[in-house]
Design a protein around this ligand. Structure first.
Ligand code: ZN
Ligand code: ZN
Length: 335
């Protein structure tokens, strides 16, 4: 069954991280972290509507300028979500440039920054091109605690981890996966087309079985009928988790395991070898062994280690091997 989103790390494991989450439909994308995004094309970047920033260490936030440069003349609002301090960080970035050419006639571009904690949002600010990016007060979004974003097709859940400063981990949960069974569609003599895309979208968004679906020939069926006939096949949505920059202590581990439980894909930092555990602890990062143990405890289907320390340049395989050993020992060898 194909997925609603296709996530991919923008760079190799030694580069400043960013996870690009592309939607297969609807020309839109999300970004988890804002490290080096220079490998993304302008077209890919302009699909992004929401950016989730783990924390504002430079390797996770320096990509802000490239987004700003590309969005500046767009009539769009870009949403940034991150830990407390994000609004000030965005204001600081914007204050680095001269904006005398912006004014009431400028494009309608605006940045909305929202500061998230597990108890809820604690601050928000808006920066509009037409106001030369002066900081304006904004209302935080009315989302349930634990949620960073909500949409007809997905939610983003979060956890605040300790990295000396709060570092946010994110879980994108598709509401539902929907696919078309082409042979059954053909058997019923139904064509593909916009009506089918619409029906899939409705089912993915949790529409009721008696929701009418207009066929190209003018007739209508219900969504439930298409499911009963096996034309539309649906199942639980994909869960994609992104976690980086966290100390290896038990509290972090428990929080992350809870967030990543049963995930289809876990992207997890593995910066240091266990042999350098003292260094990892001092920098408040995981070792590859600790990262593998988290992936195992959470029972994830696929785990992708990243954010390798440059001290291991040329020794990437040592980090990968240590991670794999701790992920796949015990319960399910060979998975
Ligand atoms: Zn950091
Ligand atoms: Zn980092």
């Amino acid at each position: 069954m194909s997925h609603l989103v296709q996530p991919r790390l923008v760079n190799g494991p030694f580069d400043d991280p960013a996870l690009y989450v592309d939607f297969r439909f609807g020309r839109r994308a999300l970004l988890f972290d804002l490290g080096d995004v220079s490998a993304l094309s302008p077209r890919e970047i302009l699909r992004v509507g929401q950016v989730f920033v783990s924390h504002m260490h430079m390797d996770h936030f320096a990509g802000f300028d490239r987004l700003l440069r590309l969005f500046l003349y767009q009539d769009r609002t870009l949403r940034l979500v991150g830990p407390p301090g994000l609004c000030a960080a965005v204001a600081g970035k914007l204050s680095a440039y001269t904006w005398n050419l912006l004014g009431p006639d400028s494009a309608g571009f605006a940045i909305v920054a929202e500061e998230w904690t597990p108890q809820g949002f604690v601050g928000a600010a808006r920066f509009a091109a037409r106001a030369a990016f002066a900081r304006e007060a904004a209302a935080p979004p009315p989302l349930a605690p634990g949620l960073l974003a909500e949409d007809a097709e997905f939610v983003v859940e979060g956890a605040a981890l300790d990295h000396g400063v709060p570092s946010l981990a994110f879980a994108l949960q598709e509401r539902r996966r929907v696919n078309v069974h082409k042979p059954r569609l053909d058997a019923l003599g139904l064509p593909v087309g916009a009506w089918l895309t619409e029906a899939k979208r409705a089912l993915r968004g949790g529409a009721a079985p008696d929701t009418p679906v207009a066929l190209p020939d003018g007739h209508a069926v219900t969504l439930g009928r298409l499911v009963e006939a096996g034309v539309l096949v649906h199942g639980p949505g994909q869960r994609v988790v992104y976690a980086t920059d966290l100390a290896g202590h038990a509290r972090n581990r428990d929080r992350l395991v809870a967030l990543a439980r049963g995930a289809d894909r876990l992207y997890i930092e593995a910066p240091f070898l266990e042999a350098d555990a003292a260094l990892a602890a001092a920098r408040r990062h995981l070792t590859a062994a600790e990262a593998g143990a988290v992936a195992r405890a959470a029972g994830v289907a696929t785990a992708v280690p990243f954010h390798f320390s440059s001290r291991y340049a040329g020794r990437e395989e040592a980090l990968r091997a240590e991670f794999a050993r701790h992920w796949q020992t015990a319960a399910s060898p060979g998975r």
